[in-house]
Ligand binder design. Structure first.
Ligand SMILES: *Cc1c(COP(=O)(O)O)cnc(C)c1O
Length: 375
C-alpha cells in the first residue's frame, strides 16, 4: 500500500525547537512568557498595519472573546456565514445568542452581500438589529471585503472577521486579519501555520486587546488577592506552543507559495476535464489557497471520486457542510439562495499541505485522471 497522503498536515520549519528549548532553559513553561510576546510581535509585524494581537489557546476561544467584547449577550442575534466550519458559530450559542445564517455568493464562496442586506433589513423589521456579522475567508479566499464592509457600515453593525483559514491571504494588497472590528486567526494543526493548537485575536484598539487578555486569564482584577468582578476564561496561549508559532512565522510566506503552487498544479493539469471546475481568484483577491478545492458535476460524482482517492490511501473531503443543514443548527433563521447547498453537493477538497512532494501530487492527479479516463 502506498503511504497515506493527508489533506493538510503540519509542516515544521526546523526553527521551532530552538524557541521551545529557550522556553525550557528559562523555565517559562506557562501561559505567558517571551515566546508569547515574541509571537504576538511577529504577527503584528506581518500584518503591517497598526493591528494588535493577543495570542490565545484556539481560534474558537478568540471568536468567543471577540463576541463578548462586541457586547453580544443572551438573546441577541448574530449574523454568520452558513458555509463555514462549525467553530465560527458555536461561540454564538455559548453566549445564549441566536445565529442567523447567510448563504454564499459564487465568486468567493463566502457571505453573499445581497443575502446579508436582505437579512439585516428583515431582522430589523422583526424587531432586533443583529449585534455582529461573522464573515469568513473560506479556504483562504478573501470574502468581498468592500461590499460587506459597506453594508456593515450602512447599518452600523461590527464585523468579526474569521480569518482562521486565511493567514497570508490579501484583499487589495491588505492582509486578511485586518478587516474586522475584531479579527481572529487559528493555528490548529491543519492550518497554514500551526502551534499544534492555538489562535489569536486581532484588534486596532489597545483597550480591546487588554480586555481580551484580562478575560483570557481568568479575569483577575488588579488586586493582591484574587478579586473577580467578571466571569473569566483560561484561554491564553502556552509559552511552549508560542515557540512553535515563532518558528512557523519565519516561513509563512513560503507556506503560502507552496500551497498556491499546489493549486496551480491541480488546476493546470486538470483543465482539460470538463466535469471539473476550479474557481479563479477575483481581481484584488489573493488567496493563500489553504485548501485546493474544485467543483464536480454532481454529488454522486464527487462521492465516487472521493472514494477512489480513499482507495489509493489519499484523503480528500467534501466542502464544509453548510451550517443551516446541520442537525444542531437547522432550526435557526436563515437567508438562502441555493449557492452553498450546491457547493456542498459538488465540491471536493484535495490534499493541500505545503509539504506534499511531487510524487504525492502526481499520485493524486493520476487517480483523478484515471477516474475521468484521461491520461
Ligand atoms: C479552524 C477554524 C476555526 C477554529 O479555529 P481553532 O483554532 O481550531 O479553534 C474557526 N473558523 C474557521 C473557518 C476555521 O477553519
Amino acid at each position: 500500500m502506498n503511504s497515506k497522503i493527508w489533506l493538510s498536515s503540519p509542516h515544521m520549519s526546523g526553527k521551532e525547537q530552538d524557541y521551545i528549548n529557550k522556553a525550557f532553559e528559562t523555565n517559562w513553561i506557562a501561559p505567558l512568557g517571551p515566546n508569547v510576546t515574541g509571537f504576538e510581535n511577529d504577527i503584528q509585524e506581518y500584518l503591517t498595519d497598526d493591528s494588535l494581537v493577543a495570542a490565545l489557546s484556539s481560534g474558537t476561544a478568540a471568536i468567543h472573546l471577540a463576541l463578548i467584547l462586541l457586547g453580544v449577550k443572551q438573546g441577541d442575534e448574530v449574523i454568520c456565514q452558513s458555509m463555514t466550519f462549525s467553530a465560527s458559530v458555536n461561540p454564538i450559542v455559548y453566549l445564549g445568542a441566536t445565529p442567523i445564517f447567510i448563504d454564499s455568493e459564487k465568486e468567493t464562496w463566502n457571505i453573499s452581500p445581497e443575502q446579508l442586506e436582505i437579512a439585516i433589513k428583515d431582522r430589523i423589521n422583526k424587531g432586533k438589529k443583529p449585534k455582529a456579522i461573522i464573515a469568513v475567508h473560506l479556504y483562504g479566499m478573501p470574502y468581498k471585503v468592500e461590499e460587506i464592509n459597506n453594508i456593515a457600515n450602512a447599518y452600523n453593525i461590527p464585523i468579526l472577521e474569521d480569518s482562521a483559514e486565511a493567514f497570508g491571504s490579501t484583499y487589495k494588497n491588505k492582509n486578511c486579519g485586518t478587516f474586522g472590528e475584531i479579527s481572529i486567526l487559528s493555528f490548529n494543526g491543519n492550518k497554514i501555520i500551526t502551534t499544534s493548537g492555538g489562535g489569536a485575536l486581532v484588534t486596532k484598539d489597545s483597550t480591546i486587546k487588554e480586555k481580551a487578555i484580562f478575560l483570557a486569564t481568568q479575569a483577575r482584577d488588579k488586586s493582591a488577592a484574587y478579586l473577580h468582578s467578571h466571569i473569566g476564561y483560561n484561554y491564553r496561549m502556552s509559552n511552549v506552543l508560542a515557540g512553535i508559532g515563532r518558528g512557523q512565522m519565519e516561513v509563512l510566506d513560503k507556506r503560502v507559495k507552496a500551497r498556491r503552487d499546489n493549486y496551480d498544479f491541480y488546476s493546470d493539469n486538470l483543465k482539460e476535464i470538463k466535469a471539473i471546475t476550479f474557481v479563479d481568484e477575483p481581481k484584488e483577491h489573493f488567496s493563500n489557497r489553504w485548501l485546493s478545492c474544485f467543483l464536480t458535476e454532481s454529488e454522486s460524482m464527487r462521492e465516487e471520486l472521493r472514494i477512489k482517492l480513499e482507495e489509493s490511501n489519499i484523503e480528500s473531503r467534501p466542502l464544509w457542510k453548510p451550517m443551516h443543514q446541520q442537525p444542531i443548527f437547522k432550526d435557526y433563521p436563515k437567508y438562502l439562495n441555493g449557492v452553498s447547498d450546491e457547493l456542498f453537493k459538488k465540491g471536493l477538497c484535495l490534499p493541500s499541505g505545503s509539504n506534499l512532494t511531487d510524487n504525492e501530487l502526481n499520485r493524486v492527479l493520476s487517480v483523478i485522471k484515471t477516474y475521468f479516463n484521461v491520461c
